[in-house]
Design a protein around this ligand. Structure first.
Ligand code: NAP
Ligand code: HSE
Length: 447
């Protein structure tokens, strides 16, 4: 079905926007008109004056949706259609992808790039699964795929790394990449029940259409896969990275994390298992040169860590770069309006890109991934848990683990354990469970 909502691209419409009076009109197609797509249309209207001062005007010519009869919270824009072929007939300078999931986004983006039309995407499921293939396709067609809004939606930083090989020579990254789960934890710490906090995140437009991806760690893991490509030149399969969600994190767990001098956060982490091949003189094919350690899971960080101070829907990444030292980027990681601003900036850049994205083309190697050996934050509760400290101590020593710090309180015992393999910590958990004690275990990152 196809609904003409307003003027579609035409010389008359372009003149009305300022063509012929020194303004360059950029014709934009939008895939998806949900939270993000509608915000794109609103932002395009709201930014007209700012863009005019730069000699630009945006014309949103067409939007693809599932149901053209749904009411929309944005100005009328171009042609609204649910027919992919009708959308593909548009004469776009750039197309913005605000669709959920891999399909039909992958098929449509592939067709657009193949025709030489740049695509700008906020869709990390698509980019994690198909980004490298689509980028190669774009390069062959002399156009570009831009992905700034797919990771830390409101913080423009991915493009800088794509263009800057020295800054992008990264050895380690730690971050908070899911706004919804981070927002929920902040609300739980303030006393809100999980379901209420999730409903708030949905109402604010932070959550995915299916919020399981947010709260299970899968969304953050997909973003980590995208960053592994950009920052490490590593092609990683999502499923190869351990992902754990925030289910079961209680106010008690958050308070006990604080009592140990830190905070429990939904963390992503990746590091080169060995320095890159060229520096170490390792053959590029060697296993050591091609391995990453990575996880996407809640983890304790000390109060001194840059990630400890981040709150609400905000995201951050701490990047250790061989040439640039430690870099920290932080800001809004979710939200339709901030995502729309990033998408439109990407779209404007892509539509005027004389290099056709060549500076962004790089080779990624397929790598193996394993979970790193980290420290651990353990919260033990259960009947008369504090008086069982001696038993806990026994189990910890039996597993040859080192306790760095511990706190006992009226509800239980909290421990920070030095870096160890996950199975040793699991063994302690099982032994405690046999004694009627519940041990919740999360990773701990110290720097
Ligand atoms: P949303 O509100 O669910 O909107 C999705 C839109 O896609 C809707 O307009 C829907 O059409 C359309 N759509 C879905 N399946 C379609 C299909 N098969 N054919 C045509 N149209 C289809 O999702 P959103 O929150 O805007 O998120 C969109 C994308 O941005 C996702 O990839 C998300 O991960 C990403 N993202 C979101 C945020 C955020 O803060 N929300 C931030 C960064 C990135 P109908 O409206 O007709 O149903
Ligand atoms: N649902 C995502 C989040 C949107 O909460 O981070 C931004 O990618």
């Amino acid at each position: 079905m196809d609904v003409a909502m307003a003027t579609v691209s035409s010389p008359g419409a372009d003149r009305a926007l300022g063509a012929g009076r020194g303004l360059r009109v950029i014709h934009v197609g939008v895939l998806g008109l949900g939270n993000v797509g509608q915000a794109v249309v609103r932002a395009a209207a709201a930014s007209a004056d700012v863009l005019r001062r730069r000699g630009l005007a945006l014309s949103i010519d067409s939007a693809l949706v599932r149901d053209v009869t749904k009411p929309r919270r944005c100005p009328r824009a171009g042609r609204l259609t649910s027919n992919v072929e009708a959308f593909m007939r548009g004469r776009f300078d750039v197309v913005i992808d605000a669709l959920p999931g891999r399909e039909p986004a992958a098929a449509i983006a592939g067709r657009l790039l193949g025709k030489g039309i740049p695509v700008v995407s906020a869709n990390k499921v698509l980019i994690a699964a198909d980004g490298r293939r689509l980028r190669r396709l774009a390069a062959r067609a002399g156009t570009s795929l831009r992905i700034e809004a797919a990771v830390m939606a409101g913080v423009p930083f991915v493009g800088a790394f794509e263009r800057r090989p020295l800054a992008a020579h990264v050895t380690r990254v730690a971050g908070i990449l899911n706004g919804t789960s981070h927002f929920i934890l902040s609300r739980i710490a303030a006393g809100a029940p999980f379901d209420v906090a999730l409903a708030e995140a949905q109402a604010l437009g932070y959550a995915e259409p299916n919020p399981d991806a947010d709260v299970s760690g899968r969304d953050a893991r997909e973003k980590l896969v995208v960053l592994a490509d950009v920052l490490f030149g590593c092609a990683v399969r999502s499923a190869s990275i351990v992902a754990e969600g925030i289910a079961g994190i209680t106010p008690d767990a958050l308070a006990s994390a604080a009592s140990l001098g830190g905070a429990l956060k939904p963390i992503v982490f990746a590091a080169r298992a060995a320095a890159c091949a060229q520096e170490d003189g390792l053959p590029a094919s060697s296993t050591a040169a091609r391995a990453l350690t990575a996880f996407a899971a809640p983890a304790w960080v000390p109060a001194s860590h840059p990630l400890a101070a981040i709150t609400g829907r905000d995201n951050a990444v701490v990047i250790d770069s061989r040439f640039s030292g430690r870099l920290v980027f932080a800001g809004p990681g979710a939200g339709p309006d901030v995502t729309a601003a990033t998408l439109l900036d990407d779209a404007i850049e892509a539509a005027g890109d004389e290099t056709k994205g060549e500076s962004r083309i790089r080779t990624s190697h397929s790598v193996s991934v394993r979970a790193p050996e980290t420290g651990w934050f353990v919260r033990i509760t259960g009947e008369r848990a504090p008086v069982k400290t001696a038993f806990v101590d026994l189990q910890i020593r039996a597993a040859d683990l080192t306790v760095e710090k511990h706190r006992a309180d009226s509800r239980g015992i909290s421990l920070l354990i030095s870096p160890a393999a996950a199975d040793r910590v699991r063994a302690v958990r099982s032994a405690l469970a046999a004694q009627g004690l519940t041990a919740r275990v999360w990773r701990a990152l110290h720097d």
